[in-house]
Design a protein around this ligand. Structure first.
Ligand code: ADP
Ligand code: ZN
Length: 614
């Protein structure tokens, strides 16, 4: 290591403490900061919430010069600029929604060379006048956030991202570039390297995708709005997101939740922009708002204290699922997730894939991605293992998923599978699930009688099980690929090659014992305890009366300054204040998240509350 580099690294350590108030780097951050300070071009793939921003923010203030941060969303820029400013860093953004006064402040800092970080939207950066202005400034690095937006493979392709390489050359010749993303997918990663680093491949850092603080759970849909309500109620007073598949459902659920006293707000692309923005603002700023949303509510959120994410409908694939639940618990504290799924969801997703005008290759990839999600939903063992294996990682039993905690019993389901497949074959692979279930359970429905299916040898062979159990068996068989469904023809089922092997007795199949309704009820019952555990883990041995008083002060300060509560102090900071009860500024300085700027700004007020609350 050169002397200059080691000096820069010690400076980075000092600033980590004095500016950000963090005692140490999170896993992965230090290596990246070191590579950046050494002048390398870097691509980092780290999961949401792992602390990517620090990897450019810290070098930006250690070194002289200006760091450009390209970010696709204005809301995100605003939050980051607020947070940096609160920590005493000269940061600003260039965007259309800035007030003139804010623009003047930023331009002033830019002219005097004091500005350290400038956030810019890619559209803005593509403008010749912006490029011209930045070519005059002393730009040392371009940090490209959400770098997967450059890839057509990703979900969030943004054509303007394709121009970034060019812009970087115009601004600073071989401008150092740091690309950041949370999307792990191999094709996407390849695309990023090719498009953003055409001259030479960057140094690549890939962090484990594990987010151990996220509790993972899936439930089959029984009465889904009740399940959502029970889950949200178990998180009273906490901020969370409820994702729905349609705008209509967003509206309905927001109303249902609001009627039961939850501070729920809707968010989807069909809402008036002003309403949408106002709802996003209150989610961001206030404590305990639940956003009921379509996936349009996404990338811009970097609220660290989202405590839960609930999918009221099945997400579109594992990637999307992980991104969406990843919006919870960015602060590293325990957060809870629940995904509901039913057969209708699976059928809808399949239909969406088949009816899209994507290429055959794309459809094939989409089918695989959906299949992986279904396998996760019906996983017979630790969910995190199943999830991480999708990202190519191996792991131990996690102890923090529904399957680890509540366990899942399996049984040899070969005979049941054979019964179900026999019902499919005996009826000529022409019928959908409800009809087949009626045959299995021996239910003389109108259709069963019409087709004389009560005379089949299979009729009633499954009467020992409830209809709901059989539906679950169909889902599980479909998740492991023994049977498949033709959606173009009324969802008729057919038996795959693998299915034939089980049918002929050449292979066996294990199924989950907790079929259908029993499972969901059992889990709902244990939810209270879970809530208690989550809260206890966050609050620790903190004094709750004091914690409430500190929260009240935080809310007041946040309101007067018109910033989100967490910009003042994070939940963890408040919890530590409440349990350590620092008696003076020196002791306060040791608390997580309190750097020099915040100490000066808020220290006295919080000390006062700590002293006064006994
Ligand atoms: P990402 O961009 O990877 O999703 P962020 O950069 O927004 O994540 O960071 C997530 C949270 O982690 C933020 O609240 C941030 O303040 C916090 N954080 C980042 N680095 C550290 C650290 N070294 N110690 C403690 N908290 C950190
Ligand atoms: Zn587990």
């Amino acid at each position: 290591m050169t002397d200059a580099l080691s000096t820069a690294l010690s400076a980075a350590h000092a600033l980590l403490h004095s500016v950000f108030g963090f005692n140490e780097f999170r896993p992965g951050q230090e290596e990246i900061v070191r590579a950046v300070l050494a002048g390398e071009n870097v691509l980092t793939v780290m999961p949401t919430g792992s602390g990517k921003s620090l990897c450019y923010q810290l070098p930006a203030i250690v070194r002289p010069g200006l760091t450009l941060v390209v970010s696709p969303l204005i809301a995100l820029m605003r939050d980051q600029v607020q947070a940096l400013t609160a920590a005493g860093v000269a940061a600003g953004s260039l965007n259309s929604s800035n007030e003139p006064a804010e623009n003047a402040r930023v331009m002033g800092l830019l002219r005097t060379g004091e500005l350290r970080l400038l956030y810019v939207a890619p559209e803005r950066l593509a403008r010749p006048d912006t490029v011209e202005m930045l070519a005059e400034a002393h730009v040392t690095m371009m940090a490209i956030d959400e770098a997967h937006c450059v890839s057509q493979w990703g979900h969030d392709f943004r054509p303007e991202y394709l121009t970034l390489g060019n812009v970087a050359r115009q601004i600073g010749g071989r401008l150092q570039t740091l690309a950041l993303t949370a999307t792990a997918d191999a094709p996407t990663r390849g695309d990023i390297v090719e498009k953003l680093f055409p001259a030479a491949p960057p140094r690549v850092f890939v962090r484990s995708f594990d987010r151990p603080n996220l509790r993972l759970a899936f439930q089959t849909k029984e009465r889904s709005s009740r399940q959502v309500l029970a889950f949200v109620r178990a998180h009273e007073g906490e901020s969370g997101i409820v994702y729905c598949a349609s705008r209509r459902k967003v509206e309905e659920l927001a109303t249902t939740l609001a009627e039961s006293g939850v501070r729920a707000l809707p968010y989807h692309a069909g809402l008036d922009k002003r309403v949408r923005d106002a709802n996003q603002d209150s989610f961001q700023q206030d404590d305990g708002v639940v956003m009921t949303a379509t996936v349009a509510f996404g990338m811009g959120i970097d609220k660290p204290d989202v405590r839960f994410v609930c999918h009221a409908d099945l997400p579109s694939n594992v990637e999307a699922y992980y991104q969406e639940i990843g919006r919870a618990g960015r602060d590293g504290l325990p957060a809870d997730t629940l995904t509901l799924y039913g057969l209708g969801d699976m059928q809808l997703r399949r239909l969406q894939i088949e009816q899209s005008d994507s290429s055959d290759e794309r459809k094939r990839i989409e089918r695989q991605r959906l299949g992986a999600l279904l396998a996760l939903a019906e996983a017979p063992r630790c969910r995190r293992q199943t999830l991480l294996s999708y990202f190519g990682e191996q792991s131990e039993l996690c102890g923090n998923c529904d399957l680890c905690v509540e366990g899942v019993e399996r049984f040899d389901g070969t005979i049941d599978a054979q019964k179900a497949m026999s019902a499919i074959l005996r009826t000529g692979e022409r019928f959908g699930m409800e009809h087949l279930v009626a045959i299995l359970t021996g239910d003389r429905t109108e259709n069963v009688l019409k087709f004389n299916h009560d005379r089949l040898p299979t009729f009633g062979v499954g009467s020992g099980r409830k209809a709901g159990d059989w539906r679950s068996i169909f889902r599980q068989l479909s998740a492991v690929g023994l049977i498949a469904q033709d959606l173009m023809e009324h969802g008729r089922w057919w038996v795959t090659e693998e299915g034939w092997r089980v049918l002929k007795g050449e292979a066996r199949i294990e199924l989950r014992k907790d079929l259908s309704s029993g499972a969901a009820k059992g889990k709902a019952g244990s939810r209270r305890d879970r809530r208690a555990a989550t809260t206890a883990a966050i609050v620790g041995d903190a004094d709750t009366a004091l914690l409430d008083a500190l929260k009240a002060l935080r809310t007041k300060l946040a309101r007067t300054q018109n910033v989100p509560a967490y910009v003042v102090f994070s939940d963890r900071t408040l919890a530590e204040l409440a349990s350590h009860r620092p008696a003076n500024a020196g002791a306060m300085r040791e608390i997580h998240g309190i750097g020099d700027a915040k100490l000066e700004r808020y220290g006295a007020a919080f000390l006062e509350v700590i002293r006064a609350t006994v």
